[in-house]
Design a protein around this ligand. Structure first.
Ligand code: NAD
Length: 502
């Protein structure tokens, strides 16, 4: 039996119960069907039905928000070291079920096994990292002033809503839910309608690991009804959202009446800048990895290559040869490097940019075609000779689609790099550290890597500027969002108080 055949057989056993019972909500520790009927989740591999999924209405969201509100006082009051134990148990169970999670994720999203098997373990790391932070989450400062001692402390903000997208959904959800739970918040999670499988697994794992009922609630459904109701609910104090910039803008409006605190991780059109003094072999590997891994359906992907004109021709030739060689195939095949795109609507969007790029006059140097007749497979695509104002150089394609733009000198590279609506990540390739420092200082991005692909260190801040987001995750930054900071001021001695009406 090949590895692919083994994976398919194993997946079948994991999917059997979802095929039979569908994917239902989990509210207050109980499995409940949504009151709005159901919708289908289909595999991007062959468009076959995976399962039906509860379609939740505002009434279901209300039930979940009430469960989260009821569970909040006890969870918030629990000592951090006890929350830590539970979060570690969740991590243990994620590790124990990592293959099941990865298989389901691949089948539901089209992401390749080689990446999803690691993403499941990374989700466990996220839980472990924030588990260890839980005992210190409340810590504050003491601030002395003349005649006064100030003590700050942090308190969980209350029940929060977590709304996640369909790209690497399990890992991304853990990145939001783990810090919220560590802080003492309770959660209502609304996963993306295109990838509900692993959100259900996470909710089940949390229940089995001993997370008290109501602390994590799952409501499936569409953005415009379930998502919207969550952002408008008065008992939900904050919304952590990952998704498109225009959805973020809608959520901000929807949450305005209830003064929601929001944290947004949004889109990107991230530049990777290859200067002529770079280690070109390493730069080439990183450029390819950062746009074609995870099908290019990745917010931090380097979708704009800015390459110095003196080296552009040679770099493009090597790049195109490698891109044509990328293995596109079944996501459960360990050899596959790029799988199918999430669904037809997204496939059509990505393919439309091939036509846009050609019409704009850029050169399609690799890919640009559908692969096979079933499923949403595209050949990894490279456009060269683009100019900064083209749509393929400005808009987020969110697929295995790279746009390359040549530049003359550092000043021009910086102007091109900053001339987009987004500002999530940037990648610089140069052996000249002064150049890297000067450049990164002016680059409009929340996260910059020099001579590296995206390598995350969990205590560092994660987030974007401009249309790429609001706020930061990671380390203590996550607690800034999920907690309120309180200051209590003690008078030292008896200072003079102004006596009105005396
Ligand atoms: P999306 O914005 O369409 O959907 C994301 C989630 O929002 C889904 O759960 C959806 O149901 C929900 N939603 C939609 N409309 C809503 C509304 N009116 N109210 C409340 N919820 C609503 O995004 P997507 O297509 O699922 O994901 C891809 C996008 O996510 C890309 O733009 C990508 O760059 C971005 N992303 C950003 C990061 C980051 O860290 N910056 C990470 C991953 C993905």
């Amino acid at each position: 039996m090949t590895d692919l055949a083994k994976h398919i057989a194993l997946l079948d056993t994991h999917l059997a119960r979802f095929r039979k019972d569908g994917i239902v909500n989990l509210i207050g520790g109980k499995d409940v069907a949504g009151s709005g009927g159901s919708f289908e989740t289909r595999s991007p591999v062959d468009d076959s039905l995976i399962a039906t999924v509860s379609r939740s209405t505002a009434a279901d969201v209300d039930a979940a928000a009430r469960a989260a509100k009821a569970a909040f006082p006890a969870w918030a009051a629990m000592e951090g070291k006890e929350r830590k134990k539970i979060l570690h148990r969740i991590a243990d169970q994620i590790v124990a079920r990592a293959d099941e999670i990865a298989l389901c994720e691949c089948w539901d999203t089209g992401q390749a096994w080689r990446f999803m098997s690691k993403a499941a373990l990374r989700a466990a790391e996220n839980f472990r990292f924030f588990a260890d932070q839980a005992p210190g989450a409340r810590d504050g400062q003491t601030l002395h002033a003349p005649g006064q001692l100030n003590v700050t402390s942090r308190h969980p903000i209350g029940p929060v809503g977590v709304i996640t997208p369909w790209n690497t959904p399990f890992m991304l959800s853990s990145w939001k839910i783990a810090p919220a739970l560590a802080a003492g918040c309770t959660v209502v999670h609304k996963p993306a309608e295109f990838s509900p499988l692993t959100a259900r697994l996470l909710a089940e794992i949390c229940r089995e690991a001993g997370l008290p009922d109501g602390v994590l609630n799952l409501v499936n459904g569409f953005g415009e009804d379930a998502g919207r109701a969550l952002t408008e609910h008065p008992d939900i104090k904050a919304i952590a959202f990952v998704g498109e910039s225009r959805t973020g803008s809608m959520i901000m409006k929807q949450g305005a009446d209830t003064l929601k605190r929001v944290h947004f991780e949004l889109g990107g059109k991230n530049p990777v800048i290859v200067f002529d003094d770079a280690d070109l072999d390493r730069a080439l590997d990183a450029v390819i990895f950062m746009i074609y891994s995870l099908n290019g359906e990745r917010c931090t992907s380097s979708s704009r290559l800015l390459v110095q004109d003196t080296i552009a021709e040679d770099f493009h030739a090597r790049l195109a040869a490698r891109v044509r060689n990328i293995k596109v195939g079944h996501p459960l095949d360990p050899a596959t490097e790029v799988g199918p795109l999430i669904h037809k609507v997204h496939f059509d969007k990505v393919m439309s940019y091939v036509e846009i790029g050609k019409a704009e006059g850029a050169t399609c140097a690799a890919g640009g075609a559908r692969l096979g007749e079933s499923g949403w497979f595209v050949t990894p695509t490279l456009f060269t000779g683009a100019t900064p104002d083209m749509r393929i150089a400005q808009e987020e394609v969110f697929g295995p689609f790279l746009t390359s733009i040549p530049f003359k000198d550092d000043a021009e590279a910086l102007a091109i790099a900053n001339n987009v609506a987004y500002g999530l990540t940037g990648y610089l390739w140069t052996e000249n550290l002064t150049r890297a420092l000067t450049f990164s200082d002016s680059l409009e991005a929340g996260m910059i890597w020099v001579n590296s692909e995206n390598v995350r260190h969990l205590p560092t801040p994660f987030g974007g500027v401009k249309a790429s987001g609001i706020g930061r995750d990671g380390g203590d930054w996550s607690f800034d969002f999920y907690m309120e900071t309180k200051n209590t001021s003690f008078a030292l001695g008896k200072h003079k108080i102004q006596r009105l009406g005396a």
